[in-house]
Design a protein around this ligand. Structure first.
Ligand code: SAM
Length: 427
């Protein structure tokens, strides 16, 4: 029996739990565990979670590698167990079969690199092996676990620690809190990045302050969505405001952010806040007419519970609930990531508020695909945000509150629209 350099087991695991097949953290943990169970020395692990679903990853071991690609939608995982030396990879196979709850499987074992077909090159192996083993610390191995938010043509990947602090499937969406290496803890809903500790201020300062300073005398504010709490935190910085009503559909989002994103969910106990867990679409349909000075729609992307937050009926109800002189601000998607949703929303606002009364403010959020994002406005007889004159008052407020993104120049500048965006907004 010729001596082979490696042993390769090609495995098909079928009938696996789709949720496990879509959980990069548990798959990374189990693949590393499978290697260690068979006595392997782990060098590093690199795992990617793709949205909407699927995981790919490899665990590099001193004895070669273990690799996996999953199709959660089929409950299927293709696994490669490639080993050399004495390691018995069937131990890893049994371990993974258990972990993945595979109802059935097939496995093909083949010898790789049969020595009698190879020519050995003489070089001093001892020094290389000793040098290599000096660098290996079996306890410590580098983990590369990546979270990827993408559509069919472009993606944003964030390396995260692999640790998941919150993971609940609510009646509306999958609510998760992960820890990214660069942006700290982050909230994802159905595997789309909603907010992170290190760049949330870009979004929350720009969704709130421009409309409040444009209006100049805001008393009564309605926030629809905004479950992470960052928007109401910013709104409640304005001393003149008497009441903020926040209507968030998913209590799990509030719970997760209170516990794991306290710097964002900092104002949920504020005396001026009336926090309701309810569907914003139903709420605004029954709201009082001519009641709010500012309405802020801090909703997620136009899928699942938030789909209706992009409808004509929803914005017509918002228009009716605004006082004369009132301002609506809505999370407006990106002219570079979901152009269709971006331009359709603006056309709806032009329809309801008037062609000249639906300006767009552009700003940057590093953890949203393309980084270029927008807020879209509906002005009900209000002046245009660009025409603000209280610039000193704005910068004094910025100074006092140590804001990190918003200031008077950004306020005005964010309404400067590039030509390709003007084209997108033309009806
Ligand atoms: N910054 C994020 C973005 O740009 O996608 C939005 C953040 S905020 C977390 C979005 C919130 O809107 C979520 O908590 C979600 O549960 C909430 N939401 C979605 N649909 C809703 C609805 N119909 N009524 C009220 N809240 C809703």
């Amino acid at each position: 029996m010729s001596h082979a350099l490696g042993n390769h087991i090609l495995v098909e695991f079928m009938g696996c739990d789709p949720n496990i097949m879509n959980d990069v953290t548990s798959i990374e943990r189990d693949m590393v565990g499978a290697a260690q169970k068979a006595g392997a020395t782990v060098i590093n692990s690199t795992f990617h979670h793709f949205s909407p679903f699927g995981v790919s990853g490899v665990v590099v071991i001193q004895e070669s590698h273990l690799a996996i690609h999953t199709w959660p939608e089929y409950g299927y995982a293709a696994v490669d167990l490639f080993t050399c030396g004495e390691m018995n990879a069937w131990i890893s196979f049994d371990f993974l079969k258990e972990c993945f709850g595979a109802k059935n499987y097939s496995a093909l074992e083949m010898k790789r690199g049969s020595v009698n077909l190879l020519t050995r090159n003489d070089f001093d192996i001892t020094s290389m092996r000793t040098k290599a083993s000096e660098h290996i610390n079996p306890e410590m191995y580098t983990r590369n676990v990546w979270f990827t938010d993408k559509d069919e043509n472009q993606a944003l990947s964030l390396r995260y620690t692999g640790d998941v602090f919150y993971d609940v499937q609510s009646p509306f969406q999958r609510v998760r809190i992960l820890e990214s290496q660069k942006y700290g803890k982050m909230l994802t809903l159905d595997d789309m990045v909603m907010t992170t500790e290190k760049d949330e201020f870009h979004y929350h300062e720009m969704i709130s302050h421009p409309s409040l300073f444009t209006h100049g005398n805001v008393k009564n504010v309605l926030v629809i969505g905004g479950g992470d709490g960052g928007t109401v935190r910013e709104v409640l910085r304005h001393p003149g405001i008497e009441k903020v009503t926040m209507v968030e559909i998913d209590g799990e989002v509030i719970k997760a952010c209170k516990e794991f994103l306290p710097s964002i969910a900092a104002s949920f106990d504020h005396p001026k806040l009336d926090l309701r867990v309810d569907d914003g679409i139903a709420y605004i349909a029954n709201a009082n007419k001519d009641f709010y000075d500012v309405i802020i729609v801090d909703g997620s992307d136009p899928v699942g519970p938030a789909e209706g937050l992009f409808s004509v009926s929803f914005y017509t109800n918002c228009y009716n609930a605004l006082k004369e002189g009132g301002i609506l601000v809505a999370q407006g998607e990106s002219p570079k990531f979901n152009e269709k949703a971006f331009s359709e929303l603006n056309h709806t606002l032009q329809e309801i508020f008037g062609k000249e009364n639906a300006p767009v403010s552009l700003f940057f959020v590093p953890t949203y695909p393309t980084g270029m994002w927008s807020f879209q406005y509906g002005l009900k007889g209000s002046k245009h945000p660009k025409s603000v004159t209280n610039l000193e008052e704005i910068n004094a407020f910025v100074e006092e509150n140590k804001l990190k993104y918003y200031n008077a120049e950004i306020h005005v500048g964010s309404f400067a629209t590039p030509n390709f965006v003007k084209e997108l907004l033309k009806k």
